[in-house]
Design a protein around this ligand. Structure first.
Ligand SMILES: [Cu+2]
Length: 170
């Protein structure tokens, strides 16, 4: 279904938008990011389920270059149920909690990263022979952005290229 959105390149997060797509921008060095609805997504990856398990997790950095907005949901054809989660420290124990969304303040970067915000993909069916999968993010203004996200156990090496993550909000 979304196969036609696949892009050649080696990239970390190959991005495709649900509407138009700017190939030149994608082949550019900043192809790991897409600007849709004012939110730039970079370094997205899905950590596959552990052996014998079916829960995968999605991570990325969301940089909001537009007005205040909120990530309200995510979907993927590889999972019937994708939830937005955070980690909370409860009496010294880190626990995951489902949350309704993630506020993305204007001008800020918010990281979905291990130990923090993340997407949880339940009952994941790994696409056979595939190295990536579509992931659609829905924002509070109704904007939907579909990107092609690679599977990786940890953030791709060049995750931070072009961006100094040490200066990011977390
Ligand atoms: Cu979780």
């Amino acid at each position: 279904m979304l196969k036609h959105f696949f892009l050649a390149a080696s990239a970390l997060s190959l991005i495709a938008c649900s509407g138009e797509m700017d190939h030149s921008a994608m082949n550019h060095n900043k192809q790991a990011a897409a600007q849709m609805g004012g939110v730039e997504v970079s370094g997205a990856f899905i950590k596959p389920p552990f052996t014998g398990r079916t829960t995968a997790a999605g991570f990325m950095v969301l940089e909001n270059k537009g007005a205040d907005i909120r990530l309200v949901s995510a979907t993927s054809p590889i999972s019937p149920r994708v939830e937005i989660h955070t980690h909370l420290n409860e009496d010294g124990v880190m626990k995951m909690r489902r949350i309704e969304g993630i506020d993305l303040p204007k001008g800020k970067s918010v990281a979905l990263e291990p130990g923090g915000y993340h997407l949880m993909l339940f009952d994941t069916v790994m696409p056979e022979g595939d190295v990536d999968a579509p992931l659609t993010l829905t924002y509070s203004d109704g904007t939907e952005v579909t990107m092609i996200v690679p599977f990786a156990d940890e953030a791709p090496e060049s995750y931070g290229s072009g961006t100094d993550h040490s200066k990011m909000g977390h």
